[in-house]
Design a protein around this ligand. Structure first.
Ligand SMILES: [Zn+2]
Ligand SMILES: [Zn+2]
Length: 271
């Protein structure tokens, strides 16, 4: 069984993919299950990019597609929430309002996209510090984000920052930041949250997915079991990207199951 649990379409400010085309592509690629996880990044510091989410239009299109496609593939409705340390209460209130309006997500990813009002995607993030300091700061903020917010299922692309670091992973490893990464993983485990294996790292030219193998292994070693698989595709050709490789890597790291969510409840699928 193949289930892509990290997908963007034109409901995300940084994708132009027609959702129906995404579903047709997923079907052609043989996916059994797909969960759209559109961006919602409140207080996004780059005014030229809108990271707002029109929840009502999103749910109405998802429900139309669910009726149209039935279970081939099965479609679930998620979101990727961009967290910043000051947004915990805001996001909780936003989710409460969504539910009051009848919009119940199947699955929520929490992600760090912004640190100190800067996105590592843009070069200005890297100007005033070396890679090791910048990665350290990003991980500190990720820890603060997780402390500040509970209403999510998995934390997205834990070492996302490496995708955009100068020379990418050359200056990054689990061991270089073991203390911080362990603190993040332990806090997620304490809160009953999972992580994802995000194959967008491979797409971005890294030798490994996000997070990298050693972080996946460490999570498993600490007792982590909840792990979703996501391509982070913003265009149809990357849906389900390198999932066979990802499954093999998960097995290598000691996982026997990956996770899918329905109505925010975890289900475990054999690898
Ligand atoms: Zn993301
Ligand atoms: Zn994403």
């Amino acid at each position: 069984m193949t289930a892509d649990y990290h997908l963007h379409s034109s409901f995300s400010g940084d994708s132009e993919t027609c959702p129906e085309t995404a579903v047709r592509t997923a079907f052609e690629k043989g996916l059994d299950l797909m969960c759209f996880t559109e961006h919602f990044d409140p207080d996004y510091p780059y005014p030229d990019v809108s990271m707002e989410l029109d929840v009502s239009a999103y749910f109405s299109e998802m429900r139309r597609l669910q009726n149209l496609f039935g279970s081939h593939p099965e479609i679930r409705i998620g979101a990727e929430l961009g967290i910043q340390p000051h947004l915990g209460t805001f996001l909780q209130n936003w989710l409460t309002a969504c539910e009051a309006d009848g919009f119940h997500f199947d699955f929520l990813i929490a992600s760090t996209h912004i640190a100190d009002r800067l996105d590592p995607y843009y070069p200005d993030f890297w100007h005033s510090r070396n890679t090791r300091q910048a990665v350290g700061r990003f991980l500190d903020i990720t820890l603060e984000n997780i402390r500040s917010f509970d209403n999510f299922d998995v934390y997205g692309h834990l070492d996302y920052i490496v995708r955009y670091a100068p020379e990418q992973e050359r200056f990054f490893s689990y061991s270089a930041h073991a203390e911080q990464i362990d603190a993040i993983l332990r806090l997620l485990l304490d809160k009953g949250k999972g992580i994802e294996i995000n194959t967008g790292g491979w797409k971005a030219g890294l030798a490994e997915p996000n997070p990298c193998r050693d972080v996946l292994r460490r999570y498993r070693e600490l007792g982590g079991e909840i792990i979703t698989m996501g391509s982070d595709a913003h265009t149809p050709e990357y849906i389900g990207y390198r999932f066979e490789d990802a499954k093999e890597l998960l097995r290598y790291c000691g996982f026997r199951y990956f996770t899918v969510f329905r109505e925010r409840k975890a289900e475990f699928i054999s690898l």
